[in-house]
Design a protein around this ligand. Structure first.
Ligand SMILES: [Zn+2]
Length: 352
């Protein structure tokens, strides 16, 4: 039993990650807050395949063998805090079909290939890793660690709703990171910052409305989602200017077709950034899409790299520049231009 108690702190930090990892080995930095044990990096490995081993059977009195699948199943359910079971089953089915037939369509433009499963799982897993590194360092008392991260992954995630993959997106990477933030914040509340309120702001400057971010964030008043996006454009949501949702925490600033720097900066300066400051977030996620660029094929907006640098610098100033910022790549489809836009964004994260 002594060993079981020691296992608890090793397993809990990866609960948010386990269901999306499948059989992929995980590197998770686990700040050891367990009874003063010094912090050490620990690698955790798991697989949902292990649930298939069934030495007993279900009965009215419970399972007929103590070494039962439920032991691991409980640990593998945390992703259900972001997506529905039906959504995850649908993804698994598509990934299996893609391995057999090379392609599996979830909708007309969300298409799985044989490599999709690994890419999708790793993309969300890397956001979790970034959260662990940034917030875990604070939980472990390392105040000099990095407070900003850019997670450069694909496929993107901000169109993936709780129960629906769409718009190139399978799993909502940012909201998976948000769940992990709340887990680490729980440790901070317990050990270092008892007044932490776990308020998270998600800022989205992708040219498309992040219907998935909004859908998953909306029920929780401790999540604020703000977005500038072109209207009309995919996915057809977020067309109402101002705050919506039952807690008025979903804020849209629609941009007309052909909007440029002036309209974009005005929307953020006058509408979105003041709302974020008033919300007083304790952590910021950025759904960083660069498809509002003037040379992007999927929009008619006319932003430049300087606009991406500007909005990044403005975001970095929130909370006197001290907030953890986890920026995650969303759109940006001009392969000749994307690197310059991303460079401007990352440089501003470093300099601001
Ligand atoms: Zn986009």
């Amino acid at each position: 039993m002594k060993h079981n108690r020691l296992l608890v702190p090793l397993l809990v930090p990866v609960q948010a990650l386990l269901p999306i990892l499948g059989s992929i080995p995980v590197q998770a930095l686990l700040p050891s807050l367990w009874r003063g044990v010094p912090s050490r990096p620990v690698s955790v490995y798991t697989s949902d395949v292990c649930v298939l081993h069934e030495p007993g059977r279900p009965s009215l009195a419970g399972y007929t063998h103590p070494e039962q699948p439920a032991r691991l199943k409980r640990l593998l359910t945390a992703l259900l805090r972001v997506h529905t079971r039906a959504h995850l089953n649908r993804l698994n089915d598509a990934f299996a079909r893609a391995r057999l037939f090379r392609k599996a369509k979830l909708d007309s433009d969300t298409i799985a290939s044989p490599g999709s499963r690994a890419a999708v799982l790793r993309a969300a897993g890397l956001v979790v890793r970034a959260v662990d590194d940034l917030l875990g360092a604070e939980a472990a008392g390392n105040g000099s660690a990095s407070r900003r991260a850019f997670v450069m992954v694909r496929p993107p995630g901000h169109h993936a709703e709780r129960g629906s993959p769409q718009g190139f997106c399978f799993v909502n990477n940012v909201l998976v990171g948000d769940v992990e933030t709340r887990r680490v914040a729980g440790m901070l509340i317990t050990f270092r910052r008892p007044n932490l309120r776990r308020r998270v702001a998600i800022l989205d400057f992708d040219v498309h409305h992040g219907n998935g971010d909004a859908d998953i964030a909306e029920p929780d008043p401790t999540r604020l989602y703000v977005s500038s996006h072109e209207v009309p454009n995919f996915p057809g949501t977020g067309e109402e200017r101002g705050a919506t949702g039952r807690h008025r925490t979903i804020l849209s600033a629609p941009l007309r077709s052909s909007s440029g720097s002036a309209e974009f900066r005005r929307a953020w300066r006058d509408e979105l950034l003041p709302a974020v400051r008033a919300f007083q977030p304790e952590a910021i996620f950025v759904s960083a899409g660069f498809d509002a660029h003037a040379e992007d094929p999927l929009s008619s907006c006319r932003l430049s790299d300087a606009d991406f640098a500007w909005i990044t610098a403005e975001v970095a100033k929130i909370g006197r520049g001290a907030l953890p910022i986890i920026s995650v790549l969303e759109g940006g489809y001009n392969v000749e231009r994307l690197d310059r836009s991303v460079r401007a964004h990352v440089k501003a994260l470093i300099d601001a």
